[in-house]
Design a protein around this ligand. Structure first.
Ligand code: PLP
Length: 515
């Protein structure tokens, strides 16, 4: 009998105290990151299923045959609801990013194997609204990312702009159903017609919306495997599949195409390695949870939950549109919304969406701020605030819409934070002034200089490397009270500098305190 160093009950009590400081995962107050079905029974079931397979290693479905059975069940369900036939096969992955990474890796390897010996760098073409997971995939797997500008009013690219970029070096085109930033539904059918005519692979990233769109109450243009030229599709079960984090599905049309996803080697003295996904050993818990939820809900249950999210989205869209000074961007499809300032109004009647989000957060509603972006053609996508709507949102609509109205009233007429001013303030706080900032942007930063800049910006506490972010209080750091100035800085500073600073911030947030 091993003596335990601490009482399990004490440890759990400590964890409960830590959890109490988290943003609330249930109850609809956080409108991003979490997907609350509002059905406590589903969470219980997911927990019980995950617990049952806790010791299992998902690495080997021939040894742990429950993994094979559950994966076949999940992939079979996904294939059916996404209009796939028997030629569509798939894998369960750890999340949206892994599904996207693997879609790109498979397409790159298929492209290469058809052009043996080519020294060319393959291209990945996608609208600029494509999820950042594809930036990561291009970076990891050595593809050139070719982003097509979208119409700032709708968030959708012109087909001609996308078609113009197609060539023999394009390994993959990616479209979204819908996109995260604006909930825009890319023209999947039109794009598929031009990619399939050229024999180019087409991935539909339905990570966020897939399991909602498949059950959406309104008729939508075809966006899934019912479109012949779609070669792969990703959809996350840890979003509108209501499973705990760590589970997504990647479906591919054609076994031969899908086999490029695998890595296999017998070239070492250990067990033969055959991995369909990025990891080796892997948990079976998220898979078991997703499988159990699918079994419990069936298609009628998904339809019912989607109906709730859809109704809540329609009401929110209407109510936000009625708030003077704000507008919903484009024609969102699915349970997401992006909200921008209504710049048809005079400045004193406008509402800046970032101030609005900060004001809503002060009353306990967490909306997500998104930066503006200048596209390669010079057009500017507005800075917005994002709302992910879930089934539980329907039950909090009166409080939420009241809070959104009050937040708008509190900040109407307040001009957006001037990023250039914040950046200048930051430069002033540095020993070398503006020159130091420019030098930092040009030359890259070591971690101490990056931390000094973060402290000057008020984003990192002084107390050692693991110090909290200002205004948060508590270990590890929480967000500052106001995010609008942070986003203004993101918009104003050169991208590589902001990225370096954010890396430093995240790295320091999880660093143990210095001894
Ligand atoms: C469209 C889209 N693709 C990919 C992802 C990445 O998913 P994950 O965060 O599960 O890695 C997301 C996440 O929100 C998304 O919205």
């Amino acid at each position: 009998m091993t003596d335990l160093h601490r009482e399990p009950s004490d440890i759990i009590a400590e964890l409960e105290a830590l959890r109490a400081a988290d943003a609330p995962t249930h109850g609809g107050r956080v409108l991003s990151y979490v997907y609350d079905s509002g059905v406590a029974e589903l969470d219980e079931l997911a927990g019980a299923a995950a617990r049952l397979v806790q010791p299992v290693n998902g690495l080997d479905p021939t040894t742990f045959t429950s993994v094979a059975a559950m994966e076949a069940g999940v992939v079979g369900f996904a294939r059916r609801v996404f209009g796939g036939d028997d030629d569509v096969v798939g894998s369960v992955t750890s999340g949206g990013t892994e599904s996207c990474l693997l879609a790109v890796k498979s397409a790159r390897d298929a492209w290469r194997s058809a052009r043996l010996g080519t020294p060319r760098v393959p291209r990945l073409v996608a609208p600029v609204t494509v999820h950042a997971a594809f930036h990561k995939a291009a970076h990891y797997f050595g593809l050139e990312l070719d982003l097509v500008p979208v119409d700032p009013a709708t968030g959708v690219p012109a087909l001609a702009d996308l078609e113009q970029r197609l060539g023999d070096d394009v390994a993959l085109v990616v479209v979204s159903a819908p996109s995260y930033p604006f909930a825009s539904l890319d023209p999947v059918g039109d794009v598929a017609a031009v990619t399939s005519a050229r024999g180019i692979a087409l991935h539909v990233d339905a990570c966020i919306g897939g399991f909602a769109l498949a059950f959406w109450p309104d008729r939508l243009p075809a966006w899934d495997f019912s479109v012949p030229g779609v070669t792969s599709l990703s959809a996350d079960l840890h979003k509108y599949g209501y499973a705990p984090k760590g589970v997504s599905v990647l479906l591919t049309r054609g076994r031969d195409r899908q086999r490029h996803q695998y890595f296999a080697t017998t070239g070492w003295p250990g067990y033969p390695v055959v991995n369909p996904t990025m990891t080796g050993s892997k948990p079976a818990g998220p898979l078991a949870a997703a499988w159990a939820i699918i079994e419990a809900l069936g298609e009628p249950g998904f339809r019912d939950l989607t109906g709730r999210a859809a109704r809540a989205t329609a009401v929110l869209r209407e109510r936000i549109t009625a708030i003077e000074g704000l507008r919903v961007v484009g024609a969102p499809v699915g349970p997401l919304l992006a909200v921008a300032t209504d710049d048809s109004l005079p400045a004193e009647r406008r509402v800046d969406p970032h101030h609005w989000a900060d004001a809503a957060r002060a009353s306990g509603w967490h909306l997500q701020l998104q930066p503006g972006l200048t596209q390669s053609d010079g057009t500017v996508l507005p800075h917005t605030t994002h709302l992910t709507v879930t089934p539980v949102t329907e039950s909090v609509l009166p409080e939420l819409t009241a809070a959104l109205h009050e937040a708008a009233d509190a900040v109407r007429g307040v001009p957006p934070v001037d990023g250039a001013l914040v950046a200048a303030g930051l430069a002033d706080a540095l020993p070398g002034g503006a020159g130091a900032l420019e030098a930092a942007a040009a030359s890259g930063l070591d971690s101490e200089s990056a931390a000094a800049l973060l402290r000057a910006a008020g984003l990192l506490g002084d107390g050692g490397s693991g110090g909290g972010v200002s205004g948060g209080g508590g270990a590890g750091g929480a967000l500052p009270d106001r995010m609008a100035p942070v986003l203004a800085l993101v918009e104003a500073l050169p991208g590589p500098l902001t990225e370096r600073l954010l890396v430093e911030l995240l790295a320091r947030v999880v660093e143990p305190p210095r001894r």
